[in-house]
Write a protein that binds this ligand. Structure first.
Ligand SMILES: [Ca+2]
Ligand SMILES: [Ca+2]
Ligand SMILES: [Ca+2]
Length: 403
């Protein structure tokens, strides 16, 4: 410990290599820090100069009461949120002397071996030479000017622009139309077979899952979710193709919403796929636009009603005291879903196929007419039927009851 005149006393601690000035008010100020050295003793020479004896390594050093020739200031690590390209580094300073800046960048918060090396330093503002990264750190080297004058750094700024990253499609759903066809009406206590066969059992390809658009046949609503890491606005494009075809046909482009209703009457019945492309063109220059693409599952477009199979038209035959009817139906694209009949404009009554399930493109119906004794004379049986897309077909047969 030595006196520093009116400024207080200068002390050293045993192993930090630091010199502190303690003013009379009791506040300590670090004068010098020399890592690795241990200042063991201090001496104020008669000429006023300050000397220190150090250990590890042992030396006698002269401590000048002036500013160091140069010094360094290391910034905090600056987080730009996402990977960014750096532009200009700029600073404002006062005082005399010079300042030089270098930078380094990386993608983890704490500088490590994955970070770039320090760039070569620059003495005037200009472009940062470190590679793109999420994090940046700068280092300023101060060189003193006059004997006791140092530059003072007032402000530093670094320009950065996010690196454009591709959007991501997180969901693509095809909402079908119509919803599950309504159950055929059946009279309580009627002799017609009851119970609803399981229509969901495996019947690829899937039709679009229903979304409450009942009665809205001929349309498919397409919904999607996409996001962009930069928060860019997105544009979507939809294309379609028949299953097994090569080229894609444009359905609609420059869609800003995230849904679209496709009027499928414009295409033949069959199996299709949809391809969704989203890009961030609204927010980026043309050569930096990024996009993402997703192809839907195969789905069925069916806008044609089932039909009666030629040669197996509706027939009505006497059977004991009653009547038996039969017909074979087919759908060219999808599956049949239900059938019902009525006699002479009476109530509609549900029918299931002979094999018990509507699960094929062709089904044979054979059913006993649930009618009380029919009056002698002419009568009409009507059978109507639906496919799974809700397209309705019908057929009829006139028959006579003899006296
Ligand atoms: Ca983007
Ligand atoms: Ca059909
Ligand atoms: Ca069947």
């Amino acid at each position: 410990m030595v006196s520093d005149g009116e400024a207080g006393v200068i002390v050293t601690t045993d192993n930090s290599g630091a010199l502190y000035r303690i003013a009379e008010a009791g506040a300590a100020e670090t004068l010098l820090r020399a890592p690795g050295d241990m200042a063991l003793s201090l001496l104020r020479a008669p000429d006023g100069r300050l000397w220190a004896g150090t250990g590890n390594p042992g030396a006698v050093v002269h401590i000048q009461n002036e500013l160091a020739e140069k010094g360094e200031l290391l910034s905090d690590v600056k987080d730009f949120g996402v990977e960014s390209r750096f532009g200009r580094i700029d600073w404002e300073s006062s005082g005399s002397g010079s300042l030089a800046f270098s930078t380094r960048s990386g993608n983890v918060a704490k500088p490590d071996e994955t970070w770039s090396a320090w760039s070569k330093s620059r003495t005037s503002p200009g472009d940062v030479e470190s590679p793109a990264g999420r994090f940046l750190q700068w280092k300023a080297e101060f060189k003193r000017g006059g004997r006791n004058e140092s530059p003072r750094l007032e402000k530093v700024s670094v320009a950065a622009r996010q690196v454009n990253r591709a959007p991501q499609i997180t969901q693509l759903n095809l909402g079908g139309a119509p919803a599950q066809p309504p159950q055929p009406p059946s009279q309580p206590g009627s002799g017609a077979p009851s119970g609803r066969p399981d229509q969901s059992s495996g019947a690829p390809p899937s039709r679009p899952s229903s979304s409450g658009d009942s009665g809205d046949g001929g349309r498919i609503s397409i919904n999607w979710q996409a996001l962009d890491p930069n928060g860019d606005s997105l544009l979507a494009k939809l294309e379609f193709r028949g299953k097994g075809e090569q080229g894609w046909l444009l359905l609609k482009d420059e869609i800003t919403a995230n849904n679209y209703r496709w009027e499928t009457q414009s295409v033949p019945d069959g199996e299709y796929e949809i391809r969704l492309t989203v890009d961030d063109s609204p927010a980026n220059p043309p050569d930096e636009v990024k996009s993402a693409t997703l192809v839907s599952e195969t789905f069925m477009v069916d806008n044609t009603p089932p039909r009666v199979v030629p040669g197996r038209e509706l027939k009505v035959e006497r059977s004991g005291r009653g009547w038996i009817a039969g017909v074979t139906l087919a759908d060219d694209a999808g599956l049949l879903s239900n059938a019902e009949y009525c006699v002479d404009g009476g109530d509609w009554q549900g029918v299931v196929p002979e094999d018990g399930l509507f699960d094929e493109r062709e089904e044979t119906l054979r059913f006993r007419l649930n009618v009380e004794d029919l009056e002698p004379g002419g009568h009409t049986l009507v059978v109507r039927f639906k496919d799974r897309e809700g397209n309705i077909g019908a057929t009829k047969r006139a028959f006579r009851v003899e006296k």
